[in-house]
Design a protein around this ligand. Structure first.
Ligand code: NAD
Length: 421
């Protein structure tokens, strides 16, 4: 399939290509290099017929986009959501390429998505969808080719079904085909909380960079899923005041600081943060505009945009989610001296420990949790300093510094390999 590197108006792909354009300009690369990096290497779209529990057949659409292979096999999550579309998956795949290069993993970037609402689907339906999708994309995934992981709306159960379906297809168990799988199937200790741990550590580093202490820092978290929930928990444990959190159903606020463990327990039972007794309800949009030391968007793309960026009153934005800040909002926040720690740095803990999980599967050896955490911190610290130094040297935002470093590494790998034929 031919995919032109023209940007649509708005949306995450437009933002991803704007960021790439800026990095290519800084690096002085030519238009051909931009086109090559703006374009996915491979895109597979499949129809996924689903038999609902009541017998109806519904035909869903699934995608797997492999953006780049210059540094190694492609790596990236699988998303379930009613609004998933190809352009979103393309953008997320491109960001995965930069993220892997930035933290120096031997991977390119990929992403997958199925347009399904997991909340209105039964477990049996999700299993059937996952297995059918996996068998459809099986020819293009594999431990040396493309390694999926969980993302929004998917979890370790989905990874277990993917592992099983792929393994049955090839006639042997292939633990390295996915990461973020259950520990009992070769998942890595420390993987489930790795993204959140990284987000929390980077938040502490960003606060220190701005001369602030994490103890007593006022923080709000948008999204209370795999990333947001544990980031709130780790920062609460570090002494921060988590003043507000939200999920797709609503938001809650307690200016003196939420009792995060109690909120986690409430959400585990209720399925939402809404109704938590230890807090007041809050209009979800207002969470982004509270007076804060740190705002952590940890839900979906494009939530900080031209329409609300001037009302963001946080000193620091740490992007737990991928692409939560549009290009226009990014410019506005920089003008207003808000420090934005970009997604490809802030949430890279997940893919770093996914890489450790893949390495452990290839070694058939399990590392201790302490070992995983030590190596995670080491990589994130190196990347943080590289980005901060480069931003100061080039006098650019942390995002542009991070993207530029990553684009340079990917392009170097491409140049060394050469263009075939
Ligand atoms: P998840 O499905 O576990 O949780 C998503 C959370 O966001 C849920 O609480 C949901 O209710 C909430 N949400 C959805 N739409 C919302 C909205 N409009 N407003 C407020 N809340 C909303 O997903 P996750 O794995 O936590 O991923 C969150 C973000 O982090 C995504 O951008 C994902 O790509 C990114 N990310 C995840 C990982 C990982 O390891 N899971 C790694 C890197 C980046």
């Amino acid at each position: 399939m031919t995919v032109m590197a023209t940007s649509p108006s708005g949306g995450p792909l437009c933002d991803a290509r704007t960021q790439l354009r800026q990095a290519v300009e800084i690096l002085g690369y030519d238009e051909g290099t931009y086109d090559m990096l703006a374009t996915s290497r491979r895109e597979v779209s499949v129809s996924v017929p689903l038999r609902r529990d009541d017998g109806r057949i519904e035909v869903l659409v699934g995608h797997r986009v492999q953006h780049n292979f210059s540094r190694g096999p492609a790596k990236g999550g699988l998303r379930f959501g009613p609004g998933v579309d190809l352009d979103e998956v393309r953008a997320l795949a491109m960001w995965m390429t930069w993220k892997c290069a930035l933290v120096d993993l031997p991977y390119g970037g990929a992403k997958g998505g199925i347009a399904i609402d997991p909340r209105s689907s039964s477990m049996a339906e999700l299993e059937r969808v996952t297995r059918r999708y996996t068998s459809e994309i099986a020819p293009v995934i594999g431990p040396d080719q493309d390694i999926p992981a969980p993302d929004v709306g998917t979890d370790e159960r989905v990874m277990a079904w993917m592992l099983d379906t792929y393994s049955v297809g090839i006639g042997r168990t292939a633990p390295a085909v996915v990461t973020g799988k259950p520990i009992a199937l070769g998942g890595s200790l420390g993987r489930a909380s790795a993204t959140s741990r990284g987000v929390a550590d980077i938040t502490v580093a960003a606060l220190a960079h701005r001369g602030r202490d994490v103890r007593g820092a006022r923080i709000a978290v948008q999204g209370f899923g795999k990333v947001g929930r544990d980031a709130a928990r780790f920062l609460h444990e570090a002494g921060a005041r988590i003043v507000a959190v939200s999920d797709v159903d609503g938001a809650v606020i307690a200016l003196e600081g939420l009792d995060v463990p109690a909120l986690v327990a409430h959400a585990a039972v209720a399925g939402t943060v809404v109704g938590f007794a230890g807090a007041d309800p809050l209009e979800p949009a207002e969470l982004l505009e509270l007076e804060l030391d740190v705002l952590i968007p940890a839900a979906v793309e494009g939530v900080i945009h031209e329409g609300n960026a001037r009302r963001v009153r946080a000193a620091i934005v740490v992007e737990g989610a991928n692409g939560p800040t549009t290009s226009e909002a990014d410019r506005i926040l920089r003008e207003r001296d808000v420090l934005v720690v970009p997604d490809i740095l802030a949430n890279s803990g997940g893919v770093i420990v996914s890489y450790f999980e893949w390495a452990q599967a290839n070694q058939t050896y399990r590392w201790s949790e302490a070992e995983v955490e030590r190596r995670l911190r080491e990589r994130m610290t190196i990347a943080w300093h590289a980005v901060v130094d480069s931003a100061a040297r080039r006098d650019v935002s942390l995002r542009l510094a991070a993207t530029t470093l990553a684009v340079e590494r990917v392009t170097e790998a491409h140049r060394l390999r050469g263009l075939y034929p």
